[in-house]
Ligand binder design. Structure first.
Ligand code: PCA
Length: 324
């Protein structure tokens, strides 16, 4: 009798311990504002996983760089300080040129072109992330990138000496080649950088200008469609390997839904935010032929530089895309 009671008690304890060990919470740092479509997509993804696992794995998002700033998120997930996060990949092009495949100037200018390139590039980028101890889950593009200024600009000559906020290797390089003065600033600190005069110009989507209400400091947005960079969501590799097959399947399903919903949200946010810039008082319109010509020339230099650093693997992706 004693033995049976003891056995039952032990079993109950083990069961309780198993439940306790299984119910986990993962913090998920995000760099962008809670109301941005990327953050909203990530919040839906997190809720989907929490619900799909019956609460065994709860994912809690932390937008606006409140847990880790954009620049720290990738390393925090690689090293396991957090198990999951979202990051703009092209900010890490200096670590691996493949992270900048989405920022080769004027290679793609529309969502459809961008998705065609990404379909080809995604497996290689996923492998690159695996080398950095990250399991790639999904990614979502930003709308096409245009030029924000505090004055009218007719040609690249007008850009000389302008203080420029960069967010990636490509944006910094473009600034250098146009004679601007780049300073790397996360979107979460963009309003402050503009208000204090640290920056007076930047390249980004209508989305980020809208999120940060940049009409308070800037006057012009030139539709340049230079590229569409992506935010990727990834999991620390050991954390991923430690999940049950059921949880992995839930995550993959939620990731596929999030990728599709995020793409649609990005498309919808494009015109909505350009309209918002106009409502805020900015002039939104195409760049002059002279400005576009100058930027495209610089884009060719940057394309050559990218191909040189990315080697055969990179060239194969670009060739496959162009050959379609
Ligand atoms: N917004 C992000 C990156 C690209 C974009 O459209 C930013 O400006 O930080």
């Amino acid at each position: 009798m004693k033995t049976i009671t003891g056995l039952l008690a032990a079993t109950a304890l083990t069961a309780a311990a198993t439940v306790a060990a299984q119910a986990e919470t993962w913090d998920m740092p995000l760099a962008y504002a809670a109301t941005n479509f990327h953050s909203e997509t990530a919040a839906s993804f997190a809720a989907c996983v929490t619900e799909g696992t019956g609460g065994e794995l709860e994912i809690v998002t932390h937008p606006s760089g409140s847990l880790y700033g954009g620049a720290e998120i990738k390393r925090a997930v690689t090293t396991g300080q957090v198990n999951i996060g979202e990051r703009l990949l092209s900010a890490h092009q200096n670590e691996n040129p493949l992270y900048g495949i989405d920022s080769i100037p004027f290679l793609v200018s529309s969502f459809d072109e961008h998705e065609a390139l990404w379909d080809i590039a995604e497996p290689a980028v996923s492998d690159a992330l695996a080398e950095d101890n990250l399991h790639y889950l999904y990614s979502v593009p930003w709308p096409p990138q245009g030029l924000y200024m505090n004055k009218a600009v007719e040609s690249v000559d007008d850009l000389a000496g302008v203080k420029f906020r960069s967010y990636s290797t490509a944006t910094a390089r473009m600034a250098e080649l146009t004679g601007m003065l780049p300073v790397q600033v996360e979107a979460a600190e963009l309003s402050q950088a503009l208000a204090t005069g640290v920056a007076e110009s930047f390249i980004s989507s209508g989305a980020t200008g809208y999120d940060r209400k940049v009409w308070e400091q800037l006057s012009h947005f030139y539709v340049v469609d230079a590229w569409l960079p992506r935010n990727a969501i990834f999991v620390n590799m050991q954390a991923w390997d430690g999940l049950s097959d059921e949880t992995k399947a839930v995550m993959e399903g939620c990731a596929a839904d999030a990728a599709a919903a995020g793409l649609e949200a990005s498309k919808a946010y494009t015109q909505f935010t350009l309209d918002g810039l106009v409502e805020g008082g900015m002039e939104v319109g195409p760049a002059s032929d002279a400005l576009m010509g100058g930027l495209k020339e610089i884009g060719e230099t940057m394309t050559t530089e990218w191909l040189e650093t990315a080697g055969e693997d990179g060239a194969a992706i670009v060739d496959a895309y162009k050959g379609q």
